[in-house]
Every structure is written in structure tokens, then in C-alpha cells.
Write a protein that binds this ligand. Structure first.
Ligand SMILES: Cc1cc2nc3c(=O)[nH]c(=O)nc-3n(C[C@H](O)[C@H](O)[C@H](O)COP(=O)(O)OP(=O)(O)OC[C@H]3O[C@@H](n4cnc5c(N)ncnc54)[C@H](O)[C@@H]3O)c2cc1C
Length: 471
């Protein structure tokens, strides 16, 4: 049986980006990419119907990661990029049945209706809170409560964590989910000090380079502007798929991986086993665990220890005249303290105008997450009732939607819960015992598309020059 150069298992952004960074579009050798489903993209997908364009999962990436922009350039999609509208900058948080703008400046914090006076004062005390030097793990919630107070943590940080991870801030690890925040505390002594230092440094750099002021991110999240492609995010994976076509084998669900001499024997459902020198697991860790359970039980258990949160995306299309809110903004998040079932809603057509036909608008509302897994058991009708009862009063929606789509992600987003760093290290150590076997994907160093592209780049360099690139 011939031994092939390598196999990438999983055709989501991680597997596709790895194939790209390995240069397989130009020089495929005998590499292959096997994808279990009959399409590429994993959680990236877009439906187009009735003039609506609806992303199933992610709706874009932040334009701050040079490697993602480099990839976009290299696959010839730079001209198709679509940055979020300027008008979508404002973000809202729900409190007591009303939308409140997220306060991004000290005067806005003073006047916001989201916090009481004591909670506001506590935020302003942040620069005087001593940095924690202990490097042991800490939850996102505990970090935020320690630095900006419990009220602000519940109001801003908990819903932000549901929005990004579908997670619960008290369960997720700060250094694993938001390593930049931990660095800000360690390096500068606190978040405000770090922001001031970084702003000064940026201004100095801009002055030195003579460049005009660049748009930066808001206080609600990491810097960068949400960016997608005209008509939908799947443009990215479709283009990558076209370029990598000779490698791609769809509907190839890997069942088993074993060692055979110097190579790996891989068996997919309904196929004869094949041999590869390199095997890269670019699939969810629970799938990887299943493939490896006979060959290395300890590694399979370690992979299986990374939990995933379920998430439901409900897209609705409405006639503009049926909604009284002006919809100038990005959308809103709902803190757990408000006892509503929706996690938040994105005003998709305010962000990217071409996602709804003229005179119509599109929302994408998220439910579930690690804090409410039973959402997966709701029928379509129950989901509608929930959304109708929670969204209609908030936005002044006067009529039922004219377009709907529901996407259920049973194991949607990996959760970097407390202890994630140790779990990740264990997987890396166990994998290192198996030359030619590697893991990549959103379960390790970040769930954003940028993180996936970056990790794939690092692995591609390592595969090409094993000695030169640190793990
Ligand atoms: C609802 C939702 C909204 C999100 N929003 C954003 C956002 O706005 N911005 C952002 O940056 N990120 C967002 N994310 C996160 C981001 O989409 C993911 O982290 C990223 O797409 C994961 O890519 P991946 O390739 O690592 O994994 P996946 O996309 O999960 O791909 C893994 C692939 O492996 C395949 N596979 C599984 N088992 C096997 C097997 N046995 N054999 C062969 N193939 C197999 C799967 O079919 C799949 O195609 C969102 C995620 C979700 C769920």
C-alpha cells in the first residue's frame, strides 16, 4: 500500500488554512484533506434565499490579524472584503426591559443607566487595584470582579463572554480566553494603565510614521473592525476549496487512526485504510478522541476533556416598517441577571447592508450556550415564542418575521474552562510522543477565525521546518 505525504482531517477554516500555509494549492504532493460532511467550512456557512444572505455561525473576523489579511490577499479575495458599516459601531446592553448603550468613555460611564453609583465609582477605582502576581488560573468573572467590581462584571463581562464563547464567565479561564487582559495586568499593573500606555505608544508610532489616525476597536472588545465578504462569509471557504480542489475528499468521515511502522494508517467510514506520513487533526477534539481511542487511550481522554457549548442561531427577516427601533448599531447583549433566554441579537443588516433585500432587515439572535444547554431541546415553534416574547418589546417589533432560519450547533464552541492551559499542555505533550501526528483548531489557542488561521500558520511552519519553530 503506498504511503502518502500527509492527511488533514477536517475542512473547517483550520484545516483549509493549514493546507494553504503548507502551499498545497501550488504543490499538493500526495497530501489529502478529508472532510466528514458533504461540504467545506465547518461552522462557516451562508444561506441565500429571498434576497437574504444568512451566515450559519460566524459572521466575520476582526481586521486586526495580519495573517488573516495575508491569506485573504493570497487567495485573491481582498477586493471582496466587506468591512462593517460605520453606523454599526454602537453596542447595547439590556437592563430592565430597555436597551442601554455600552458606555465607552468616562463621561458615558458616569451617566449610564446600566450601573448604580457605587458600581460606577468602583470602575473608576480600577487603576488603584493591585495586580495579581500569582499565575494560577482565574475565572474571567473573578478577574473582572476583582478589577472593575462585581456589578460591572455582571453587566458587561458576563454577556460579552456569552457573546464570544457561548460560555459562562465564572467557568471560563481568563488567561486562556483573554490572554491579552492578563498580560495587561501583569505588564502594566491594570487595564486602564495598559490602555493609556498603549494609546500613547500608538500615537507615538503614528506620529513617527506620519500615518493618519487609524480606526481602532471600541472598549467593548479587542481592537479591530468586524469584516466579512460581500454576500457572506462562506465566500472565504468556497475560494479556498476551489484552490485546494485536487486534495479535497468530501463525505470522508475518519473512524480510526493507528500507527503502522513509520506511518499512520487512517480508516474512514466505507473506505479501505490508507497510509500517511503526517496526519493533522483539524477537527473538533471530541471527534479526534473518537479516532484515537484504540491507539492512545490517554490522548483520547485528554482530547475528550475539552467541553463544548451548544448554541442556537435564529435568523429572522423583517419588513423595516414593522420595527420602530432605529437599529443604529451592532446589536445587543443580555446579562444573565435579566433572566431572559436570548443571549443577544446582532443587527446583521445594520452591520452589512447587503444581508437583507431593500426595505427589509435581518437579525441573528443567539440562545443556549454553556449556561442554558436545554435550549437544544426546544422545537422551532418554542424558539419562535421565546424570541418573539423577548425581542418584540425591546425593539418595537410589530409583526412576525417574513423570513426565518434556525441553526442548531449541538457542540458549537469549545469552552476554555478553568484548567484549560493544563489540558492543552497535556494534549501537546502526549501528541509529541507521536512523530507525524499534530492537532490544530479552535479548541486550543482561541476560537476566533483569526486564532484558527494563526495556529494553522504556526503548525505549517513547524511541519516545514521542525527544528526552527517553537511549539
Ligand atoms: C454560532 C457561532 C458563531 C460564531 N461567530 C464567530 C464570529 O463571528 N467570528 C469568529 O471569528 N468566530 C466565530 N465563531 C467561532 C468560529 O466559527 C470557529 O471557532 C471556527 O470556525 C472553527 O474552525 P475549525 O476549522 O477549527 O473547526 P470546525 O469549523 O468545527 O471544522 C472542523 C471540521 O472537521 C470536520 N470533522 C469532524 N469530524 C470529522 C471526521 N471524523 N472526519 C473528517 N472530518 C471531520 C467537521 O465536519 C468540520 O467541517 C463562531 C462559532 C459559532 C458556532
Amino acid at each position: 500500500m503506498p504511503t502518502h505525504d500527509g492527511l488533514i482531517i477536517g475542512g473547517g477554516i483550520s484545516g483549509l488554512a493549514l493546507a494553504h500555509w503548507l502551499g498545497l494549492h501550488a504543490n499538493p504532493g500526495t497530501w489529502e484533506l478529508w472532510e466528514a460532511s458533504d461540504r467545506l467550512g465547518g461552522t462557516i456557512g451562508t444561506d441565500r434565499a429571498n434576497g437574504y444572505s444568512v451566515d450559519w455561525g460566524p459572521n466575520g473576523f476582526l481586521d486586526r490579524e495580519p495573517l488573516t489579511l495575508q491569506l485573504v490577499d493570497e487567495i485573491g479575495l481582498r477586493d471582496s472584503l466587506e468591512p462593517a458599516n460605520d453606523q454599526s459601531e454602537a453596542r447595547f446592553i439590556v437592563k430592565n426591559g430597555r436597551l442601554h448603550p455600552v458606555p465607552f468613555s468616562p463621561p458615558a460611564i458616569i451617566t449610564t443607566g446600566l450601573l448604580n453609583p457605587a458600581e460606577k465609582l468602583r470602575i473608576f477605582a480600577e487603576p488603584f487595584i493591585r495586580a495579581r502576581r500569582d499565575d494560577s488560573d482565574e475565572s474571567v468573572f473573578d478577574f473582572a470582579a476583582r478589577r472593575i467590581g462585581r456589578g460591572a462584571a455582571e453587566t458587561f463581562v458576563d454577556p460579552m463572554v456569552s457573546g464570544v464563547y457561548g460560555g459562562v464567565a465564572k467557568e471560563l479561564s481568563l488567561p486562556s480566553c483573554f490572554p491579552i487582559m492578563r498580560e495587561m495586568e501583569v505588564q502594566y499593573g491594570g487595564l486602564v494603565r495598559a490602555m493609556i500606555a498603549k494609546m500613547r505608544q500608538k500615537k507615538r508610532e503614528q506620529r513617527a510614521a506620519g500615518v493618519p489616525k487609524k480606526k481602532s476597536g471600541s472598549a467593548a472588545g479587542p481592537g479591530g473592525r468586524l469584516t466579512s465578504f460581500r454576500s457572506g462569509l462562506d465566500v472565504l471557504v468556497m475560494r479556498m476549496g476551489e484552490r485546494l480542489k485536487p486534495l479535497i475528499r468530501l463525505s470522508r468521515s475518519v473512524q480510526r487512526i493507528t500507527r503502522l511502522g513509520d506511518s499512520w494508517q487512517v480508516t474512514a467510514a466505507g473506505c479501505e485504510p490508507q497510509n500517511f506520513r503526517h496526519v493533522i487533526l483539524a477537527c473538533p477534539t471530541f471527534s479526534a478522541a473518537h479516532m484515537l481511542r484504540e491507539f492512545d487511550r490517554e490522548l483520547a481522554i485528554a482530547l475528550d476533556a475539552i467541553p463544548y457549548a451548544p448554541i442556537v442561531v435564529v435568523a429572522t427577516g423583517h419588513r423595516r416598517e414593522d420595527i420602530t427601533h432605529n437599529l443604529n448599531g451592532f446589536g445587543f447583549l443580555i446579562p444573565r441577571t435579566q433572566n431572559l433566554r436570548c443571549l443577544g441579537s446582532i443587527w446583521t443588516s445594520s452591520i452589512f447592508a447587503d444581508r437583507a433585500p431593500g426595505g427589509h432587515i435581518q437579525f441573528r439572535t443567539m440562545l443556549g450556550g454553556a449556561g442554558d444547554p436545554s435550549v437544544m431541546e426546544l422545537t422551532d415553534d418554542q424558539l419562535w415564542q421565546t424570541i418573539r416574547s423577548e425581542l418584540n418589546p425591546l425593539l418595537g417589533i410589530k409583526a412576525d418575521p417574513v423570513f426565518t432560519r434556525i441553526y442548531r450547533w449541538q457542540q458549537g464552541i469549545p469552552q476554555y474552562t478553568l484548567g484549560h492551559r493544563e489540558r492543552r499542555t497535556k494534549i501537546e505533550q502526549l501528541t509529541a510522543h507521536h512523530p507525524g501526528l499534530s492537532v490544530v483548531g479552535n479548541a486550543f489557542y482561541g476560537v476566533g477565525l483569526n486564532d484558527c488561521v494563526k495556529m494553522a500558520h504556526r503548525l505549517a511552519q513547524k511541519i516545514r521546518t521542525p527544528q526552527e519553530v517553537p511549539a
